[in-house]
Design a protein around this ligand. Sequence first.
Ligand code: KE4
Length: 440
Amino acid sequence: MSESKRVTGNSEAAFLKARQVMPGGVSSPVRAYKAVGGRPLFIKEAVGCIVTDLDDNEYIDYVGSYGPMIVGHANERVVAALSKAIGRGTSYGAPTEAETQLAGTIVSALPAVEMVRFVNSGTEAAMSAIRLARAVTGRDLIVKCIGCYHGHVDGLLVEAGSGALTLGTPSSPGIPASITASTLIVPYNDLNAAKELFAQYGDKIACFAVEPIAGNMGLVIPAPGYLAGLRELCTQFGALLLFDEVMTGFRVAWGGAQVRYGVEPDLTCLGKVIGGGLPVGAYGARREIMERVSPAGPVYQAGTLSGNPLAMNAGIATLDILQEPGAYEQLEATSAKLIAGFATAATESNVPVALNRVGSMLGLFFVREQGQPVTNFTEATACDPKAFATFFHAMLDGGVYLAPSPYEALFVSLAHDDAAIEATIKAARGAFAVVAESRN
Ligand code: KE4
C-alpha cells in the first residue's frame, strides 16, 4: 500500500486523546478503522459532498453518516430549518406540530404505514417493533437473516451457529443465551430456508425481520421474488413481516424499498434520512397494530427525546427537498454514472469486482473471480478484505472517503455533482491499480 501523502498528525493526536476517555476512541465501532487498519480521521466539518479532517484534508464523502445525509452535508435549507427551530428551544417533552407533520409525510409516503411512533435510533425502532410484534401475535420467536443488522438490541445481536437453520447464538458477550434462544436465523435471499423454518416453527413466529435491501454486509440486493415470498409465508403462518428500512427508507425511493419492490410489510422501521442527520428512529404499521402502542394501547415504549423539535425539523426539511421533482432521478443518474466508472476502472486494472446498486446505495466487493455475484453473507464474507483495505486507503490518498469496512454501503447524495463523480472515478482508477500492484 503506498505510503499516505496526507498529513494526518492532528487526527492522530486527537485519536490518542479520545482513546483515553472513550472505548476505542469512538462512539460507534465501525468508525475506528479496525476493518481497514490505520487510525481514523477526525472530521471537523462537512459541507455538500465534502468532509474536511482536522488537518484540512478534504475528501469526497460516500459515508454520508451511513445514510442520513442524502441531500448533502450542511444543506442550507436544513441548516435554516434547524436555526429557526433551535431559537425556540431544543426539547420540550411535550407534543409538537412538527411531529405530526413529519408523521403525516411518512404515512403519505409508505403504503404499509398508517401510524408511526418516533424514537431516537434505528436500534430503538427495531427493538420496539419486535416488542409490538410479539404483543400483537402473542408469540415469542423472531427471525432475522444472517448478515442483516437491525441495531444492537440483545435479541437481534445473534449470529449463525452451525447449519443454515439454527437458533441464534449471541454475537456479543453480555447477552444471555435465554434471550437469543427466541431468535431464529436464516440466510438472506434463501426462500427455501425460510420455508423450512416456517414449516418447523411457523405458528410460533411473531415476526420475520429483514432489511429489504441488505446494507450491512456491503450492499446485497433481494433476489427476484424473495421479498414477495417472505410476504406470502408471513401471511400464511400469521407472522408479521418487518421491513427494516432504517437505511432504505426515503433512500431508494420516496416510499422506500416497500414501494420500489411493491411488497407491503406489516411493520416498518425507519431512521437516518427522516432525521436529516439528527438522532431519530421510527416504527410504523397499520392502525390496528400501532394502536396497541402505549398510551393508546398496552405495549409500553417511551423516550425523553423522542420526536424532538430539532430532529423533526431537520427531517421535514430533508424530505421537502427529496419531494421536489427530479430529486430521485438525479440520485439514480449520479449513482449509475459512479458505478459505471468503478466498473471501467476495475477492468482497466484487471481487478475482479462485484458492483451492486439500488438507487443511491452502492456495494463494492473484491470477489475472487470476475462475474462472481454477491447475494448473501457467505458470498460477501468470501471476498478479499485485504484488497478492500488497500483500496480504502488508496481512495483516501485520492481524496475519497469511503466507509472503513467492506460490509458497509456507499451513499450518493444530491450534493455529489459531476465534478465529484469524475474525481471519484479518477481516484478509483488509481486505487484499483494499487490493489492490482499489491497482488503482484
Ligand atoms: P442506529 O441504532 O445505529 O441508529 O440504527 C441501527 C440500524 C438499524 N437498521 C439498519 C438497517 C441499519 O443499517 C442500522 C445502522 N446502520 C449502521 C451502518 N451499517 C450504522 C453505523 C454504525 O453502526 O455506526
